[in-house]
Design a protein. Structure first.
Length: 236
């Protein structure tokens, strides 16, 4: 088993006034040659957008782009004709493929919005752009992991063009879990949203992350109040 720990205070930080962002991997003006990616997980940004502000229309290509609001909501518009509102409890995926433009705005004049912006490198390029959004509230299970993303259209959660699985965990009591990887070539990047957990004797706290690979399974203990996001992705 191999492990890497990214503590919250080692992330890249950007403050644009209307946007505060923490980058787990090199992004925009933050460059760290030792923090380029975790396998096919290329971008993991922890963003806060001020009331009434947002990202103007901009292009993407050949990337699986996942947004997970943590509080507040964002209005999404794209050149595929979608105008939607993504809010806490939702997960949104956009397969950029051959190319798409989109914008994201916090239309609430009084409340900031916090969300995770995640990019996964796809297994195939130049697919037709697509958009998918669901509420994960009906998938939620307390004190166990519940899947919110996979490679399969018919599976639980949204799907992407990659051999990847995302799961959430919301724990109201101390809980021990054995996580079994779906694919032996994958690794798992675990991000702690709130609280703390121990993974193979390593304790991590809110906004810390740990990556684990070259193993078939591992054990963890989540403390009461922990909220976590698991991202299993190919390492090559």
């Amino acid at each position: 088993m191999k492990k890497i720990i990214h503590l919250s205070n080692t992330r890249g930080e950007a403050n644009h006034g209307w946007l505060k962002s923490y980058h787990s991997f090199s992004f925009a003006n933050y460059f760290n040659p030792e923090r380029m990616n975790f396998g096919k997980l290329r971008v993991f940004n922890d963003d806060e957008v001020s009331a009434g502000k947002g990202f103007g229309k901009h292009p993407h290509q050949n990337m699986e782009i996942i947004s997970i609001p943590l509080s507040g909501d964002l209005e999404h518009q794209d050149t595929m004709g979608n105008t939607t509102l993504i809010k806490e409890g939702d997960i949104q995926v956009m397969s950029a493929g051959t190319g798409v433009m989109h914008s994201e705005y916090n239309k609430n004049p009084e409340k900031d919005v916090k969300f995770l912006q995640i990019w996964v490198i796809p297994k195939e390029e130049n697919v037709s752009p697509r958009y998918h959004q669901i509420s994960t509230l009906e998938l939620k299970k307390e004190n166990e992991l519940y899947q919110i993303l996979s490679p399969f259209k018919e599976d639980s959660g949204v799907w992407i063009h990659q051999n990847a699985w995302f799961s959430r965990g919301d724990f109201t009591q101390e809980t021990s879990i054995t996580y079994k990887l779906k694919d032996k070539k994958n690794g798992v990047y675990i991000f702690v949203l709130e609280g703390s957990l121990s993974v193979e004797s390593e304790k991590i706290n809110a906004r810390d992350a740990i990556g684990i690979w070259e193993t078939q399974e591992f054990c963890l203990t989540a403390q009461a109040g922990a909220q976590v996001l698991f991202m299993e992705v190919p390492m090559e």
